[in-house]
Design a protein around this ligand. Structure first.
Ligand SMILES: [Zn+2]
Length: 186
């Protein structure tokens, strides 16, 4: 079961980090600027995230074959582990389209809008993605209330722990969105 789970989560950890053309992003714990490289990187991770489904079919099929040969707990575990991850990919997290899946297309559109448009607060600003939201670099005004997910950069916590963290959190951010605070401001 662990193998099935492990195997389906591998693409998210490995794929964004082995790229032919590495993008110009700041190193791991620093907040990245909202620029073209960041958006390209998110598109890349989005592909890796969804690659879990075809990847997950491998242990699933393997498990089905094993169970067909003889009833075995390993085969059963493979099916449960991989179908769990596949289901967690398909079932939406939230009703809001932006939060429905990590790395949603809506999120990418929003980031691109922030990149292109001028900002409501300051005349010149380099918006950056802090842990909890996208903020203006000059006045720290929240431009997009969306916690920063894993961006596929090599992590400061080391290869092993970094990968484990990404696997367990499945690309989600540790910090919560500060939505309620934001609606008070409006
Ligand atoms: Zn500002």
């Amino acid at each position: 079961m662990f193998f099935g789970w492990f195997f389906t989560r591998i693409p998210l950890v490995i794929l964004p980090r082995i790229s032919i053309r590495s993008l110009d992003l700041v190193n791991h714990p620093n907040p990245p600027e909202i620029n073209e490289s960041l958006i390209l990187q998110i598109l890349r991770i989005r592909r890796a995230y969804w690659a879990s489904i075809p990847f997950g079919l491998i242990p699933l099929v393997l498990g089905v074959i094993m169970l067909n040969q003889s009833p075995s707990s390993v085969g059963f575990g493979l099916i449960v582990g991989s179908s769990w991850v596949i289901l967690s990919r398909i079932v939406p997290f939230d009703l809001d389209p932006m939060f429905r899946f990590p790395y949603s297309m809506n999120l990418i559109h929003e980031l691109n809008r922030i990149r292109v448009e001028s900002f409501p607060c300051c005349s010149s600003s380099n918006p950056f993605w802090a842990l909890d939201s996208v903020r203006c670099s000059s006045c720290h005004h929240i431009l997009l209330d969306y916690p920063r997910p894993d961006l596929g950069r090599s992590r400061i916590d080391g290869w092993l722990w970094g990968s484990l963290r990404v696997m367990i959190l499945d690309g989600h951010s540790l910090s919560e969105s500060n939505m309620p605070k934001n609606s008070e401001e409006e």
